[in-house]
Ligand binder design. Structure first.
Ligand SMILES: Nc1ncnc2c1ncn2[C@@H]1O[C@H](COP(=O)(O)OP(=O)(O)O)[C@@H](O)[C@H]1O
Ligand SMILES: [Mg+2]
Length: 286
């Protein structure tokens, strides 16, 4: 069963976060799915996509309505394992138990369907990563049943947080901008994933590669065709265009189907989402 998907690319600015946000929203909007999105990028762009600046600031400072709220950092921090029989009083130092309700911010609702976000924070910078790689997986395993899909928005690197996402995930989706330099990174990415699969002795399922930030130029069309000629890769037929309104939607904390100036990418987004679902069905029925 495909449930947890890492949205990744070593390159930054290729539309990963915008794709994660809108694919999640679209799965809830058009397919009535319950979605969890997890921001493991310390730049916290996915969090800021959905949260107003004051809201985000209060959340990470645990102020006002957000006193008990936590970020993805809590998931990565060491939890002390206490033997109940030897503990009389709860030590103040003991980190509180992770409660899903305190970790999630509901960013979209459509009847019974919704999108919940686990926000990120720059504080991930100071995380002691010793033995922490598996913690995201361990946590997600405890709450998996509550969602149809979990999308993890990765930072633009193959280091710790992306690795931990790939360890937690059963599959991955690669958003890519069809420009010349991105096409080099694309080949390297494949090598990096193979290496991780070897290191962790697991097989990751590729949901596929989806183009975004597409401009109808001769060069982009050529680059897209060249990339599609790579063997062993699955490419989505549909892609998001590079449109001002699409970038703008984030500034208003809106999904592109909620933002009139982004309307020209909505059909493409819906088609990508349909492809995402049918691709997963195909893989599961193989
Ligand atoms: N389809 C698109 N059309 C126009 N602008 C986009 C589109 N997708 C993303 N952007 C903008 O491009 C920039 C990089 O996108 P982002 O999703 O943050 O990429 P990444 O997560 O890969 O760094 C952001 O400013 C975003 O608003
Ligand atoms: Mg991003």
């Amino acid at each position: 069963m495909i449930k947890t998907i890492a949205v990744m690319n070593m390159k930054g600015g290729v539309g990963k976060t915008t794709m994660t946000a809108n694919l999640a929203g679209s799965l809830a909007h058009f397919h009535q799915k319950k979605i969890l999105i997890v921001d493991v990028d310390m730049q916290a762009n996915l969090s800021q996509y959905f949260m107003e600046p004051e809201e985000y600031a209060s959340w990470i400072k645990r102020e006002g309505d957000f006193k008990k709220k936590e970020t993805v950092l809590s998931i990565y921090q060491k939890r002390r394992i206490v033997n109940p029989s030897t503990v009389r009083k709860k030590s103040k130092k003991e980190p509180p138990k992770l409660i899903l309700k305190n970790l999630t911010f509901r960013v979209y609702e459509n009847g019974n369907a919704y999108v919940d976000l686990i926000p990120s924070t720059l504080e991930l910078m100071d995380l002691d990563t010793t033995n922490a790689e598996n913690r995201l997986k361990i946590f997600l395993n405890t709450i998996k049943d509550k969602y149809d899909f979990i999308l993890i928005d990765c930072p633009p690197s193959m280091y710790f947080f992306t690795k931990s996402a790939l360890i937690a995930a059963d599959s991955y989706l690669i958003p890519v901008k069809p420009d010349h330099l991105s096409s080099f990174g694309f080949v390297l990415l494949e090598k990096a994933i193979k290496q991780l699969e070897e290191d962790t002795e697991k097989n990751l399922i590729q949901i596929g590669t989806v183009f975004t930030l597409f401009k109808d130029t001769i060069l982009m069309n050529r680059t897209m065709a060249n990339m599609k000629a790579l063997r062993g890769r699955y490419f989505f037929d549909n892609y998001l265009k590079d449109l001002t309104g699409t970038g703008e939607a984030a500034a208003f904390n809106k999904l592109i189907f909620e933002y009139p100036r982004a309307i020209d990418n909505v059909a493409a987004l819906k088609n990508i989402t349909d492809e995402f679902i049918s691709r997963i069905n195909d893989i599961e029925n193989e």
